[in-house]
Ligand binder design. Structure first.
Ligand SMILES: NC(=O)c1ccc[n+]([C@@H]2O[C@H](COP(=O)([O-])OP(=O)(O)OC[C@H]3O[C@@H](n4cnc5c(N)ncnc54)[C@H](OP(=O)(O)O)[C@@H]3O)[C@@H](O)[C@H]2O)c1
Length: 266
């Protein structure tokens, strides 16, 4: 795909690992200048360095988006070298909790890290897009927003908030040239997910090799029509599409990339 991103500048939050690193790498490969954000300076700089080594344009911006000061630092660093045309709100975490053990503080923290973090970046970056009459705002949501289970209730609720605010933002940006959408992944194989599933495997009898473990895990935890977990590059491909001019008539929508995990007319 030629996503037609040459000359655009993108900020990808939570790009020091996982989906964000894949998204930043893919945007840079399509010609965008990328601001790679993370909290961990070494991991963040490592992703930015790998993009530069491959011939792309990337700088690092470090900060905790669960705080106003961190968001100010990240926005300041990102905007120092030029405007941001594409904002991908991807930063987030999903510590394993259930209804039985998630405290009020866990719920509050999930909301700070997964929802208000993105709102902070919207507040700092979208006014410039609006002034220039072009922009793309993309939330990384998730299937648990639409089809939650009993586990991870706090996390699932924050995903639903991301989906919801993306639609509200699209309405707010009516006629401005700035679109707002959500990419909703299913279960995607990032390092943290692989570690979690590998840890469950012996107790559940899922086998010894990764292909066996993945097949059993997906059948039991997130069954879908493709029969495997998604890969970070498959989420990045959806972000590429929504980031470019080919998606100029797409706003307020959710693009599910989940192998058919989520059922129904969502
Ligand atoms: N993997 C999946 O199956 C899946 C499915 C649906 C949705 N998602 C969503 O995709 C996003 C990325 O997840 P991932 O699976 O790629 O996980 P990951 O590898 O753990 O990446 C999470 C990223 O978010 C950053 N981050 C976490 N808390 C932050 C904070 N307070 N301030 C700033 N940055 C923070 C991390 O930065 P540092 O490491 O530098 O601290 C890291 O770059 C998350 O929002 C998650 O909800 C993932």
């Amino acid at each position: 795909m030629n996503a037609q991103l040459t000359g655009r500048r993108a900020l990808v939050t939570g790009a020091s690992s996982g989906l964000g690193a894949a998204i930043a790498t893919a945007l840079a490969a399509e010609g965008a200048e990328v601001v790679v954000h993370g909290r961990d300076p070494a991991r963040t700089e490592s992703v930015a360095g790998a993009i530069r080594a491959a011939g792309g344009g990337a700088v690092a911006a470090v900060g905790d988006l669960a705080t106003d000061a961190g968001a100010d630092a990240v926005a300041g660093a990102a905007l120092a070298a030029g405007p941001i045309d594409i904002l991908v709100n991807n930063a987030g975490s999903y510590p394993h909790r259930s209804w039985r053990d998630a405290t009020a503080d866990d719920w509050r923290e999930a909301y700070e890290v997964n929802v208000i973090s993105g709102v902070r970046m919207i507040q700092r970056v979208v006014p410039g897009m609006r002034e220039r009459g072009w922009g793309r705002v993309i939330q990384i949501g998730g299937g648990l927003a639409l089809q939650p289970g009993a586990e991870l209730p706090h996390y699932s609720a924050t995903l639903a908030a991301r989906h919801n605010l993306a639609v509200s933002l699209a309405r707010e940006l009516k006629g401005t040239g700035v679109t707002s959408n959500t990419v909703s992944p299913g279960a995607i194989l990032v390092d943290g997910v692989r570690r979690f599933i590998t840890g469950l495997a012996p107790g559940r009898g899922w086998g010894e090799t990764w292909p066996e473990i993945e097949r059993h895990a997906i059948e039991e935890l997130a069954p879908n029509d493709v029969g495997r977990m998604g890969r970070p590059e498959e989420i990045a491909a959806a972000v590429l599409y929504l980031s470019g001019p080919l998606a100029g008539y797409v706003t307020g929508t959710t693009l599910r990339v989940d192998g058919g995990t989520v059922r129904g007319l969502h």
